[in-house]
Ligand binder design. Sequence first.
Ligand SMILES: Cc1cc2nc3c(=O)[nH]c(=O)nc-3n(C[C@H](O)[C@H](O)[C@H](O)COP(=O)(O)O)c2cc1C
Length: 233
Amino acid sequence: MSTNFQYQHAMDDDLLSSIANRHCTRVFLKRPVSQETIQAVLSAAASAPSSQNNQPWQVTVLMGKSRDALSARLCANFDQGVAPTPDYLNRPIDMPGELQQRVEDYGRSFLGFKGIARDDEVGRRNHRRDNFLFYGAPVELIFHLPANAAPGTFLDLGFFMQNVILGFEACGLASCPQYSVASYSDTVRDHLGFGRDRIIISGMAVGYPNKSARLNRFVPPRAPLDDYTQWYV
Ligand SMILES: Cc1cc2nc3c(=O)[nH]c(=O)nc-3n(C[C@H](O)[C@H](O)[C@H](O)COP(=O)(O)O)c2cc1C
């Protein structure tokens, strides 16, 4: 594995650099985000490609009291040991060994970076619980799809979500997608007043990054180019 750090200096102002240097933020400032900024990003993001231009994405923006109330409900679920009931799997049941290794490396290195020992049950619990506090972000987005979504529908939404992420970066904002939030799908559906005809795909914490927070400097490595490219030339 190697990191793509070389981009940081070579291409500072261009799109490629923004793509290469984007990483999750998990410590946010309390500074509010304007609705106009969110509207601008979501409008631009809808230029994402989609199969036959079907544009299946839907996103619910939670700020203020509605954000706080969902966070409280999710934290209560977590604290009471309510079993998550995600609407879909975010990984294969039989994860190929190489991918599983990355997952394990990520978990170990992230906990290590935070100084949480493997046998520190309370530390590990709080680490997971931070998801439901939305990492302190003032905005939580919920991405959802029709219940009959096909694999291609998920792909369409993925393009949209990455546009949203990069759009926020362009505005000096940062984000973290959250399957953890979507995994309490019944609670999210109930909070948003949705029926079973919608499936909850992902949360996303959004806000201004706390740039002095050490945790925001955690960058999981990426596999080198040759590991994921084949050239038939
Ligand atoms: C669909 C999806 C769901 C994710 N869910 C979570 C989550 O629940 N909590 C979290 O802290 N990070 C979550 N992440 C972030 C990943 O852990 C992160 O993207 C990955 O470790 C690579 O790190 P980086 O994005 O900072 O480079 C999610 C990412 C994706 C794409």
